[in-house]
Design a protein around this ligand. Structure first.
Ligand code: ADP
Length: 444
């Protein structure tokens, strides 16, 4: 789609959806995170472990050598540039590779090394002399399945006899085909179809069952039930592993239904705070006025990179055009773009090719661009009931205490929205100072 590319006269075409807010799509966000991830995500918390059998010794590893992996697998890991196990891998890998195999439920935020861990487990358990499916991994979408498959291919680069196949819609395999690939990655619906209707996979021969992105999975209608039907047909000695980035009660209930006798590993997320952020607001009459205030701020201080949040696509587009016409280098990230397009926009911004990123709620969460010094709420985040959306405010502006840098946040507020801002201030018990946009000296 070309709606975000300005026309020759600098205008942008609006569509009917423009007045809608962009909803957060869990699966798309997860994929986006994977596409733009460059390195492991750190956490200052300790890994919590709950063993199925508390009396058994707890092993952790500091090196990949300690795991006694096949030579070609170790080579694959090092070729990916991994030097040592991540925090979660230190605890998870010994459990996952133990004999007899142990079941595991693991929760840690995206980017902490879960995928790499279960891919390693699958690769190490494949018997290359046997040509039938032995490892089965369920993912919530086609794209996420492919992404995991890429990791299998990378890590298994030197395991030349291990092959992957995708059970995803559109991958038509004639009935009666002898599936010889050892690792199957797919979405629940298609996997179910391949197992029960089309008899392409014999579930009784599966040794490792992985349910990835459980939180996204249960968010999709039908996927929990389909996954449970698949799991019920697995042999009792099959190793069962479940991963999730978040752990609400619903995920936990699902995990306990689908993983028998599990060990549990958790790595808490680094909390976001507003401690290191100086917050300001500017009172404005209308949209034009907000824009003027933004320009004054822009002219008044030296800005590294900034992210500007708008509530609707229409506002985001309008602002993009205004700024472009005034000669700023800006890019627009909104919900009508494909995940690949979004990933490339974020990547360009990260590389410093644009100074300003204008966006709707699509990117409030989960996307960290460390070098951003300024966040602007061109519109305050509000929910359906026109109450402040505190969570989103925190996600837009907050940083993690230990790894975050100092930052500046500006809220452009119409007079009638001032009570909302005051609520936000009270909620976080942090001060948001009024700023006279003509006088930037107030920003210390
Ligand atoms: P998750 O599944 O928790 O989102 P991933 O397994 O995708 O995390 O890992 C996040 C990023 O860190 C990926 O780019 C991956 O290649 C990298 N990574 C994973 N494990 C290690 C490790 N032990 N050392 C260095 N990088 C790693």
């Amino acid at each position: 789609k070309s709606t975000t590319v300005p026309n020759i006269d600098g205008s942008i075409n609006n569509t009917e959806e423009d007045d809608e807010e962009d909803v957060v799509d869990l699966a798309a966000n997860s994929l986006l995170n994977k596409l733009i991830r460059q390195s492991l995500v750190e956490s200052s918390h300790r890994v919590e472990v709950l063993q199925k059998d508390p009396s058994s010794p707890l092993y952790s590893v500091k090196t990949f050598e300690e795991l006694r992996l096949k030579e070609e697998l170790l080579k694959g890991i090092y070729a990916m540039g991994f030097n040592r196990p991540s925090k979660i891998q230190e605890m998870a890998l010994p459990m996952m590779l133990a004999h007899p195999p142990q079941n595991l439920i693991a929760q840690s935020q995206s980017g902490t090394g879960k995928t790499a861990a279960f891919v390693l487990a699958m690769l190490s358990r494949v018997n290359t002399l046997e040509l039938f499916p032995q490892c089965l991994c369920l993912a919530p979408t086609y794209e996420l399945a492919l992404q995991t498959g890429r990791v299998v291919e990378q890590m298994g680069k030197f395991c030349v006899d291990v092959q992957v196949m995708y059970a995803i819609r559109g991958n038509h395999i004639p009935r009666g085909t002898d599936v010889t690939k050892q690792i199957i990655i797919g979405t629940p619906g298609t996997v179910l179809d391949w197992c029960f209707k089309r008899k392409l996979i014999d579930l009784t021969k599966i040794r490792v069952f992985v349910l990835d992105e459980a939180d996204v999975m249960i968010d999709t209608q039908g996927f929990s039930d389909q996954s449970i039907r698949i799991q019920r047909a697995l042999p009792s000695e099959c190793q069962m592993l479940l991963f999730s980035a978040t752990f609400e009660e619903s995920v936990w209930q699902f995990a306990e239904r689908i993983i028998p006798d599990p060990n549990v590993i958790k790595l808490r997320k680094e909390e976001l705070t507003l401690h290191n952020i100086r917050q300001y607001y500017v009172l404005c009459e209308n949209r034009k006025d907000k824009y003027q205030a933004l320009c004054n701020i822009y002219g008044g201080i030296t800005i590294g990179q900034a992210i500007i949040f708008c509530q609707t696509r229409r506002n985001a587009k309008w602002l993009t055009v205004e700024m472009m016409q005034d000669g700023h280098q800006v890019s627009l990230l909104s919900g009508e773009l494909t995940v690949d397009q979004r990933a490339s926009i974020i990547q360009r911004f990260r590389d410093g090719k644009e100074k300003v990123l204008i966006t709707t709620n699509v990117c409030a969460r989960g996307i960290d661009v460390k070098q951003v010094t300024i966040v602007v709420n061109f519109d305050l985040p509000v929910n359906q009931a026109e109450e402040p959306d505190y969570e989103t405010y925190l996600h837009r502006i907050g940083r993690t205490g230990r790894f975050g840098k100092k930052g500046l946040a500006f809220n452009m507020i119409e007079v009638d929205k001032l009570p909302l801002l005051m609520k936000i201030q009270d909620h976080f018990n942090s001060s948001i100072k009024q700023l006279n946009p003509e006088d930037m000296d107030e920003i210390e």
